[in-house]
Design a protein around this ligand. Sequence first.
Ligand code: SF4
Ligand code: SF4
Length: 135
Amino acid sequence: MRINLSKRKIKDIFVTKIEEISGQNLLACYQCGKCSAGCPAIYEMDILPNQIIRFAQLGLKDELLQSKSIWICASCLTCNARCPKGINIAEVIEAIRQILLRKREDHLKINKLSDAEKENVPPIAIISSMRKFTS
Ligand code: SF4
Ligand code: SF4
């Protein structure tokens, strides 16, 4: 993945918005990787939880908003419990989702699923999706 960094990006309003919505201090992260090491959903992610924090620190908006990982995260809070710096990573991921959802952009369109697909989707996935959409 090719990444362009600039001072302007790092001070971008996107970074401030993530910190405001999540209530977390992104710069507290020192990239120990404990969050990613305990994440049960990591095998489906394109950006690991510690990388999500790093990308957020650097204001890599497009990479984060297009990431599969923000929708894969199951909000299980394991990463929050493991972080030695007390960062709530799940809230950071939720904040990124919120930025998209407030623009009415969702990953899963439940009303577009066929009846057969609905039968195969675990109920918790539908409930979780609705919660993400309405929270
Ligand atoms: S566990 Fe905490 S400090 Fe370590 S990489 Fe994850 S967010 Fe950063
Ligand atoms: S809350 Fe999300 S990122 Fe954190 S451990 Fe659970 S699935 Fe992984």
